[in-house]
Every structure is written in structure tokens, then in C-alpha cells.
Ligand binder design. Structure first.
Ligand SMILES: [Zn+2]
Length: 516
């Protein structure tokens, strides 16, 4: 690591020399600033504490792969469970009445050992090193937590939003794209009749469903109105001293559950598309749950056909698909052959995880296509480590980057996994060889590939090359009116300003690890 840090410093010095200290154009000033901060980053890389401090302060753009329910830490769920009178028994939260000694409120007050068991049961605490505990894999532990904390998450969406926005603000994130289904949606999806459904039957099934979809969408929108209002009130967003979390912009991605029977998956997907078409807060659709379970493996091609069918009905709705969240040996080789390619054929505009790409039959063709079409991969390093045991050189992040595929760092389920975006940046630096410039590019990419409305600040995905309106100066009248008309560009400009301030602050910082 020291060797790599030395290389970073040498490269930065060379950049400084070639830039010429006397050059005063904004582009040269920016290059010089980045080179100096790269040197400081190189020093911080030698010490995890210093690196954490450096990266915590670094503005990081957006988190594009973040499940709202999985963002909440177990301790928050336990606090909500205590206030709702829930019990912790048989390794999970349960509704009252509570058998003696199992009331979460009592446990939290006077039984720290049971409380610790509860935190362990509702998270992957202890699995971060990729070590399974007993006979339970990180995969099984991770996916089991959602059912265990569900009684505490129900009815607490506003509190979850507060938690997600606060964590994001602490991580210097400006934007969250949260996977979230309002309870009106999840309830109606779960109530679907289990009627047989194949690709040929999609059109007739859609016609049978669509009449009852709109009222559910209306209820879901009203539900989110209430949750957002409550969250904003809890954060004091309209008051004199709003919580910093109020500054984090939030959009949502509705999803279907791939382990349900086909008719329910389809109903969930129709709801997600219809919601995204009507409510601008929902900027896309997704499909979630373990890809390796038997039903998701069996129905994968049918699910992709559902996406293709609904894209014909709702062409303006964005699509991010979990695909290739699989590992060699975890499933039979046939299951590794083409899930990512199939997701692209089904219209995916971003891929979640994409871990098994090297095992796909046409991996090179697929990655070339992603690079050409600007289809980004949402990279979740801690998640892939805990759930799949894929880390370090085994992870395809380098491969994607070497093929020119855009990538963004994301947290996936930071509460369950007990990570945060700063930690994901640390892993990218320590395990994947990211330089400061690479991390900065990742922060920019996280807004570039967001499903935010409006045009980008950058020209044709060339991060750092501004559109004509902003090419001269961020503060010109033309750039200001461009940003006012395009929300994506506005948040991108905000990131650029914050990065510049961060770099200035780092350079002017007098003491500390700089001297190490
Ligand atoms: Zn996910």
C-alpha cells in the first residue's frame, strides 16, 4: 500500500510539474488542486483512520442502490419495536402480547445480552470479514433479516426516511435513489391470485389487472405524501434550523419481488411502472430478492419478458435491474451464462451488482455494449463480500472499468450490512486500487447515471467536460439558467462546488496526518 501511495504522489507531482504553477486558467487551477489533493490522499492511504477522515469529508454525489428498509440499522428498528410494544423471541420481532422477558422495551432497558442477540439477528454484524457463523452463510443471514425486522419497519417509513437521509448527509451525499414500495403497493402485490402465467399470457393478464391498478397507485402516492411530510417535520425542514439531512434530495424506485409466483411478480411490476409514470418522485423500476433462489432462477426469462412487455406500455419509465448477483459454485453453471445479457435485452439502463459477468457466455460483447450505451453497474462491495463472498481481486470492478463500463459505488443495504458510503469508498481505495481521481469520477458518475430528470452538466457522459452553457464558468448567467431548468445539472453543479471547497479545505489544512 505504501508503494502505491508513493506512486500516487509521484504521479501527482508530475501532473503539477506539467501543469505549470504559473498557468492560471480555471482548468489548470482545477488540475493543480486535484493533484495536490491526490498527494494528500496518497498519504492518507497509509493509515485507515486518516483515510476514513479524508473520505468522510469528501462529497460523494448520490447513492443509486439503496433499499430503504435495509438502510435502517438494527438499533433503530429495536427502538421503534420498543415504542410499539413488540417482542423479540425466536430470533425475530413479533407482535404483542409478549411472553415474559421478551418485550423489546424491557430487553433494551436491562438485558444487554439479549439485546446484542437481537442486533445480531436483525443484521449481518460479524459477517463483514466474509466469515460465516456456525452453519449460516452471510447470504442466508442477510436475506433472513428482512422478515425478522418487518414488524418494526411496518408503519415506520417516515422514520426510515429520516434515518436514510441523516446517514446520507453524514456521508456528504447529495442524492438518494431509494428502492421503496409503499405499503399500498406491497400489500396489493402480495394479495395477487396465483394464476398460471407465461409470456403469451402477459397481454391478457395486463388487461385483467390494469383496471384495479390506478386506485392502488393513488393510495400509494397519498401514503408517500404523508410519510414525506412526517419525515420533513421530524427533520425540521421548514424551520429556522433544519437538519442537514433536509438538503439530501430523494427519489424512489418501485420494485417487484422475483421470488413470488409469476402473476404476483407481474402485478408488482405493473404497479411499479404505473407509479413511476404518474408520480415524478418514482424515477424508475427494479426487481429484487435473491436471484439464486429456485423460483427466481426458474422464472428469470419470464421476468425479463414482463419488463419488455411493460416497456412497450410505459416507454418513459427508467429501469435498473438487479442482475448477476451470483457467484461461481453458488448455482449451477447454466445459471451464470446470461442473466446480465438478458437484463440488457429486457431494457436495463443500469445493472445492480453484475458480479458474475466474467462467467457469462458473451461477457466481452455484453460489457462492450454497456460501455457503448452508457449502462452503469451499481457496485456494492460490502454487500458482495458478505452475501457472495466476492471481494478484492475476485470482484469484477476492475474488469468492468478496464472495458470502459461506467460504474458507481453504492451501499445496497447499509443498515443490515452495517456499512456506509464512506466505508464503500474506503474499500474501493484499499481493495480496488482507486485513486483520488477515480473516487471523484465515481462521485460524478453517481449523479450522471442517476434517473434524475433534466439534462446533465456533462457532455455525452464525458465527466468533467461541461455542456456549452457551463463550459466557461459555473457562475455565468447561461450556466445558472441551465441549472435552474435541469435538476440533474443543478445537483451536479452543487457537487462540483462542494468538491472544490473540499479540495481547498484539504489543501489549507495545517496539521495532522498530512505530516505523517
Ligand atoms: Zn440490492
Amino acid at each position: 500500500m505504501v508503494k502505491r501511495a508513493a506512486l500516487v504522489v509521484a504521479t501527482a507531482l508530475a501532473a503539477l510539474a506539467s501543469g505549470g504553477l504559473a498557468m492560471a486558467t480555471p482548468a489548470h487551477a482545477a488540475a493543480q488542486r486535484e493533484a495536490r489533493v491526490s498527494m494528500l490522499f496518497g498519504k492518507a492511504l497509509r493509515d485507515p483512520g486518516a483515510l476514513r477522515m479524508f473520505l468522510r469529508q469528501m462529497p460523494k454525489g448520490g447513492d443509486l442502490h439503496n433499499h430503504l428498509a435495509g438502510t435502517v440499522y438494527a438499533e433503530d428498528y429495536l427502538a421503534w419495536a420498543a415504542s410499539s410494544g413488540l417482542c423479540f423471541a425466536s430470533g425475530k420481532l413479533l407482535p404483542p402480547p409478549c411472553p415474559v422477558g421478551t418485550s423489546v422495551a424491557e430487553v433494551a432497558g436491562r438485558d444487554p445480552e439479549t439485546y446484542a442477540h437481537a442486533v445480531d439477528a436483525l443484521s449481518t454484524r460479524g459477517w463483514q470479514a466474509g466469515v460465516s457463523r456456525g452453519t449460516v452463510s452471510g447470504h442466508d443471514q442477510f436475506f433472513a433479516t428482512f422478515g425478522r425486522f418487518a414488524p418494526a419497519s411496518d408503519g415506520h417509513t417516515a422514520e426510515a426516511l429520516v434515518a436514510a437521509r441523516r446517514i446520507a448527509a453524514g456521508d456528504r451525499l447529495l442524492y438518494l435513489e431509494l428502492d421503496h414500495d409503499p405499503e399500498a403497493v406491497s400489500g396489493y402485490m402480495a394479495a395477487s391470485p396465483d394464476v398460471p402465467l407465461d409470456e403469451a399470457g402477459l397481454s391478457a393478464r395486463y388487461d385483467a389487472e390494469i383496471g384495479s391498478i390506478e386506485p392502488v397507485v393513488t393510495r400509494a402516492m397519498a401514503e408517500l405524501d404523508g410519510d414525506e411530510r412526517k419525515a420533513a417535520a421530524q427533520l425540521g425542514c421548514a424551520g429556522a434550523s433544519p437538519d442537514p439531512a433536509c438538503a439530501v434530495s430523494v427519489r424512489y424506485i418501485g420494485y417487484t419481488l422475483r421470488a413470488l409466483p409469476p402473476a404476483a411478480v407481474f402485478r408488482g411490476l405493473i404497479l411499479a411502472f404505473a407509479l413511476a409514470e404518474r408520480d415524478p418522485r418514482f424515477v424508475g423500476v427494479n426487481i429484487v430478492q435473491p436471484e439464486d433462489w429456485p423460483v427466481p432462477l426458474r422464472d428469470y426469462a419470464l421476468h425479463m419478458a414482463m419488463f419488455r412487455f411493460l416497456e412497450g406500455k410505459y416507454p418513459a419509465v427508467h429501469r435498473s435491474l438487479h442482475a448477476g448477483e451470483l457467484a461461481f459454485g453458488q448455482v449451477p453453471p447454466a445459471a451464470l451464462r446470461d442473466h446480465i445479457a438478458q437484463a440488457l435485452d429486457a431494457g436495463a439502463q443500469r445493472i445492480g451488482h453484475g458480479v458474475d459477468i466474467a462467467y457469462e457466455d458473451n461477457a466481452r460483447v455484453t460489457m462492450t455494449r454497456m460501455a457503448r450505451d452508457g449502462i452503469a453497474v451499481e457496485i456494492n462491495l460490502s454487500s458482495n463480500d458478505v452475501i457472495l463472498g466476492i471481494r478484492g481481486a475476485e470482484h469484477p470492478l476492475r474488469l468492468y472499468r478496464s472495458m470502459g463500463v461506467p460504474t458507481v459505488l453504492a451501499t445496497d443495504d447499509q443498515g443490515v450490512l452495517r456499512t456506509d458510503m464512506t466505508h464503500e469508498y474506503m474499500r474501493a481505495a484499499q481493495e480496488q486500487g482507486f485513486s483520488y481521481s477515480d473516487l471523484k469520477a465515481s462521485a460524478r458518475a453517481s449523479l450522471e447515471y442517476a434517473f434524475l430528470p433534466g439534462m446533465s452538466l456533462w457532455r455525452s457522459h464525458r465527466l468533467g467536460v461541461a455542456v456549452a452553457a457551463c463550459a466557461g464558468s459555473w457562475s455565468s448567467a447561461a450556466c445558472r439558467s441551465f441549472a435552474a431548468a435541469n435538476e440533474k445539472a443543478r445537483i451536479q453543479l452543487d457537487l462540483e462546488r462542494k468538491i472544490q471547497k473540499f479540495e481547498d479545505d484539504q489543501i489549507s489544512m495545517p496539521n495532522g496526518w498530512h505530516e505523517m
